[in-house]
Ligand binder design. Sequence first.
Ligand code: C2O
Ligand code: CU
Ligand code: CU
Length: 476
Amino acid sequence: GMSDMPGMDMGHAGHEMGAMGQGAASLPEGEALRALPPLANEAGRPGLFKARLTAQSATARFVADRDTPILAYNGTSPGPLIEAFEGDRVEITFANRIGEQSTIHWHGMPVPADQDGNPMDPVAAGADRIYAFDLPEGSAGSYWYHPHPHGRTAEQVYRGLAGAFVVKAKADPVPAAYGDTVLMFTDLRLAADGSMPDSTMNDQMNGRVGDHVLVNGQKNPKLTVAMGAKRRLRLYNATNARFLRLVFANAVMTVIGSDGGLLEKPVATDEILLSPAERVELVVAFERPGAATLTTLDYDRGWMGPGRPADAGQTLLTVDVSDAPAEAMPPLPERLRSIARLAAPTVSRRLVFTETMAMNATGMEMGFLINGKAFDMGRVDIVAKAGEPELWEIVNQADMDHPFHLHGTQFQVVERERGGRVSKPPYLAWKDTVNVARGETVRLVMRQERPGSRMYHCHILEHEQLGMMGIVDVQA
Ligand code: C2O
Ligand code: CU
Ligand code: CU
């Protein structure tokens, strides 16, 4: 239970505040964007994706002459890109060589509970296990994978363990001429000696925010396209705690997909807010020659104590648009697919997120709670029935935004309420992670199809570790 997860002692927090960002190394920018290395399929027949993922220590060269110790899957961070098709069987052998327990969680994917890398199913240091599951028809989307061991998720992720898992549709309505590029954002904090500093009390409270937002492991890399080109980009927020409010100067963005695959139709947009763990699929048109830049705007997600990091003005990606025109691009279809509306919910649940502070003998103790409770691996918080449509009301009564995530199924946001004002989402979408701003209530509908125990939690990984997580037991 809670014995190995004590509340956080903040008695000495003051000494660690303000240390953030000091002595930070500067990283080279403008290198050509690297595509994520694909995970080779070792299966000799169609319909099966078979491979091995080994988690182990590695080194990265973020700055010249200095090796940074990291954790990596198959030697790379982000990990290899997994690409499989709807209908495929997946069998991945996980070899845990990081020297402590870990798991691989298939974030957002409709996998059986006992194959989902939950904290209840740890893989011991040095052990191997096979994760096996089928990708249902209609499950095409932008998923990812990362560790989920009890109490160690945040550190294993910021040290480098995360990768993208793209499930492709057999019949894809998006023109192949747009390409298909994963942009995985991570958040690096690097000391002058090239090491990644341990997390501080400030990081525990606010979530660890680094000094450099990287794209596929690179700072502000460069992509070159011809004028008039359109590109399909899948943006992943794989940071522990960084909210990314994004604009694309000198380019035109159209949203075509969310966490769980394509929308019904394309939606033009000027800016995107991606909270930790969210994904968005875009078609970006580059109409004018010159530089098109993907940059961040300020987003105040609530911050405890001093030292809120500056969010605005970071350039994440520079696209060099040449003045030689691209070959004519086929248009994006007006309809992408249809999304089923879930039936009227038969059950409704209310989850209240709070932060608490209490003085004790050693100082201030903080709790990150759902319905007044911190996570307990031995407790079932919600019992649900497979196949029943449910309404979940996520109420944020805390002073920070908390991105809510549920394992094992995709949900639909019905509405948001803040200060008595109710608003509907601008479009229907499948989501597995949704930001719940402070003071806000978000209502969503879902249906769990596969029985077993699953997690729901705040995806600021430090908050998840400090207790903002629960278990839903889905019964057949
Ligand atoms: Cu990325 Cu429990 O999740
Ligand atoms: Cu997940
Ligand atoms: Cu949180």
